[in-house]
Structures are given as C-alpha cells and as structure tokens.
Design a protein around this ligand. Structure first.
Ligand code: SF4
Ligand code: SF4
Length: 176
C-alpha cells in the first residue's frame, strides 16, 4: 500500500488520493478543529481525522485499520475546517484506495454487501418485520418482491460482485 516511509509527504499517494476526491489534503495545517468537531470522535477518541491526515502526510501510508471505516460522513469537519480542507472526502478517498488497491472492506460492510446481493437491501428483512408488513397490507420485501438484476449489474460495474464472491469463499474456508 505504501510507496515509501519517512517524515515527508508521499506525492504519489497524494496524487492517488487527489484523483479520488482527496485533493485538499495538502492544505491541512494540523490545527485539530476537525477532530474536536467530529461526531465519531465525541464517542470514541480512537477515531481522529486530524491524526489520519497526519499519518498519510508523514508516513506515506494509507491507514489500513478500522479507523477510516468509522467516519459517519456527517460533514461537520468539512464545514468547520479553517483551511477549506475536506477531511471527510480524504477519508472516503482512503477507503477507495483500500478497496481498489488492497481489496479491503470491513467485515460488516462485507456482510451488508452479501445481503444486498441476496435480498436487495443491506439488512436482511426479519420474519417479524415481514409479518407486520403483511398485516398492514404492505408489499413483500426480499428477492421475491422484484428483479435484483439491476442492483447486481451496478455492483458488478463497481467491482463489488467479484469482492463479494471472494469474501464468500473465504468465509466458507474459514468455517471448515
Ligand atoms: S480542521 Fe482542517 S486544517 Fe485543521 S487539522 Fe482538520 S483538516 Fe487539517
Ligand atoms: S465527516 Fe467523518 S471525520 Fe468528519 S466530522 Fe463527520 S464523522 Fe468526523
């Protein structure tokens, strides 16, 4: 993932982030306003957008741990940054890199992806929800309610179908 280590900015990594919407990263002055405003940081201090930007700029590494997946994309950091940086877009760009270059997505996202493939929605409809919908005269949920080919086509175009199959095989192997 990293093209170099060291206490200087990796231009190659910045360019890859720039192409994915993270171009504002070089304007960051590490003031910490994003972190002190961040809705996720208010709940867990292990998530720190300023530090994520610092890691990228000083090590040339894309932070590969769970951190980047915790961003709730609320956009407050974007509104408050005094340098017109968009930490949110930088974090989204790192997610793209992790997926495109290392095939990484967190396990919960992988489960949601498989559910979308099977049921057309990220959370599998539970039996009690189906019963309540039927009692209210609402249409059925699930694969029997419609054609999923359009959703599958979009997932395939985004390269996610391949990933879901890889994840499925790996889950089967792990359960043996
Ligand atoms: S608020 Fe802006 S300038 Fe300050 S640390 Fe966050 S991204 Fe950098
Ligand atoms: S968009 Fe992400 S990084 Fe920015 S404040 Fe919201 S949760 Fe924090």
């Amino acid at each position: 993932m990293a093209s170099q280590r060291g206490n200087r900015t990796d231009r190659g990594l910045v360019e890859r982030l720039r192409k994915r919407g993270g171009e504002s990263i070089l304007r960051c002055i590490q003031c910490g306003t994003c972190t002190s405003s961040c809705t996720v940081n208010a709940i867990t201090s292990s998530y720190n957008p300023r530090r994520l930007i610092q890691i990228i700029l000083t090590t040339g590494l894309v932070p590969g741990k769970e951190d980047v997946w915790l961003c709730a994309t609320c956009g407050i950091c974007v509104e408050r940054c005094p340098r017109n940086v968009s930490p949110m877009d930088i974090i989204l760009a790192t997610r793209c890199l992790l997926f495109e270059e290392a095939g990484k997505i967190p396990p919960d996202s992988s489960r949601a992806l498989r559910s979308v493939l099977r049921f057309g929605r990220a959370v599998k409809p539970r039996a009690n929800i189906k019963e309540r919908r039927a009692a209210l005269g609402l249409p059925k949920l699930g694969p029997d309610s419609g054609d999923l080919s359009q959703i599958r086509g979009q997932l395939k175009a985004a390269g996610l179908l391949r990933l879901a199959k890889i994840e499925k095989k790996s889950a089967r192997r792990n359960s043996k």
